[in-house]
Design a protein around this ligand. Structure first.
Ligand SMILES: [Zn+2]
Length: 419
């Protein structure tokens, strides 16, 4: 197969130029200007579009096993390829949780049967994600886990987390923090501030996130375990990251589209459709995060794709489910948040960096790499959740016009989303 006429943007080489890409048996075999199609070779016309190493979303909730009404491996990975993702890393807050090698093996069977993109499991740090005793990270890594997290929950007991990090020190794959102090958060339904007070609802202060990020980075520094902060949302957490890294801590972090684009005002306008953890913050936080993406302090774009049914998201703020779908809007939403971000940096955040952090194939289209390719273009489109492949049809971006579209997705040399 030949992907012809596109602008190849690959930060791993680095290259940003018009180049054709030839694929054979699922692998990139040749890159060049004006490659001539061979007899019978299929050609994908990428003129006017950008050809990039396949996007990797290292933070998704696929809900299987346990919650097939919200999402399955089949529907979630279809949403992924429609969003331009050739690989996703799925969080372990399933039922049962992904906390043993047997559970990872049964997930792998479902993935082999149903998935249309690559799926890498993230295993739980503690058994059943209860925060009491830690899992066997070595055994989980041998069964395919690429990282460890109790995402959805914070491991509130610092002794448990430190013991887990010490036990996993020699195991590949970072620990990933969901950073919210449960006691400071209480029964909050949004961020604490002017809007929560105006609405008269309980809010979670920014310091609930800052304090856990500071704690976890201290444990990272002491234990030497590689660490990643999920869905960073506050100025204080970002400053903690920058300070820790300046002093030698091995840590990375990600930001979601919603924390870059939206503030707590969205809760006033959209109600439960904008309810998410960590909650949408104030404009100062969103602006600081956008600046941090530009100046290199943020490593990864991740969606925290968290599908629920419309019924679960309906109703008052206190009872509605937390989180919303993200895979199918991500590429457009990131472009809306950061219209001037250089494309090499855009692709680095969506592909090269998550591959490196998780230690998985991809993130590059160098000759010999897997032919996982995302093709996108500067074409505006309007978000219509009814057309999502995801079972989660709720997003705060419904009806918004987004400036960048996914044109095609190729996974292992096979077309997963046609142009
Ligand atoms: Zn989380």
């Amino acid at each position: 197969m030949l992907v012809a006429g596109g602008r190849l943007v690959d930060p791993s080489q680095p290259v940003d130029a018009l180049r054709d890409v030839r694929i054979e048996r699922g692998v990139v075999v040749e890159i060049g200007e004006h490659l001539v199609p061979r007899d019978g070779e299929p050609v994908i016309d990428a003129r006017g579009a950008v050809v990039a190493p396949g996007f990797i979303d290292m933070h998704v909730h696929l809900r299987e096993p346990g919650f097939p009404h919200k999402e399955t491996i089949a529907t979630g990975t279809r949403a992924a390829v429609r969003g331009g993702f050739t690989a996703v890393a799925c969080m372990p807050n399933t039922e049962p949780a992904l906390d043993t090698a047997e559970r990872l093996a049964s997930l792998a069977e479902i993935v082999a049967r149903d998935a249309v993109c690559r799926v890498y499991p993230i295993a739980a740090i503690t058994r059943a994600r209860k925060g009491i005793d830690h899992t066997d990270a070595g055994e989980l890594a041998r069964a395919g886990a690429v990282a460890f997290s109790d995402d959805g929950n914070t491991v509130m007991n610092a002794r448990v987390l430190r013991d887990a990090a010490l036990a996993a020190r020699e195991v590949p794959g970072p620990f990933i923090s969901h950073a919210e102090d449960e006691h400071l958060k209480g029964n909050a339904v949004m961020s604490e501030g002017r809007v929560s007070r105006a609405l008269g609802v309980p809010g979670s202060p920014a310091v609930a996130e800052d304090i856990i990020v500071l704690r976890d980075l201290a444990i990272a520094r002491e234990t030497g375990k590689a660490w990643h902060i999920a869905h960073l949302s506050t100025r204080g957490a970002l400053e903690a990251m920058q300070h820790a890294r300046a002093h030698g801590t091995i840590a990375t972090c990600e930001v979601t589209p919603h924390h870059l684009l939206l503030t707590d005002e969205a809760v006033r306008e959209l109600g439960a459709a904008a309810k998410v953890n960590p909650p949408l913050r104030e404009e100062d936080d969103a602006r600081v995060l956008r600046d941090a993406v530009r100046d290199g302090a943020i490593d990864v774009f991740a969606t925290d794709h968290a599908p629920h049914t419309i019924e679960e998201k309906r109703g008052d703020l206190a009872h509605a489910a937390v989180g919303f779908t993200g895979l199918e809007v991500a590429v457009g939403a990131y472009a809306l948040a950061l219209p001037d971000l250089p494309l090499l940096r855009f692709v680095e955040l969506l592909s090269t960096n998550p591959a490196r952090i998780l230690g998985i194939p991809g993130g590059t289209l160098a000759v010999g790499s897997p032919a996982d390719i995302t093709i996108f273009a500067e074409r505006a489109w309007t978000v219509d959740p009814a057309r999502f492949a995801s079972r989660g049809k709720v997003t705060p971006f419904a009806g918004r016009s987004l400036p960048r579209s996914v044109v095609a997705t190729i996974v292992g040399g096979e077309i997963a989303l046609s142009p």
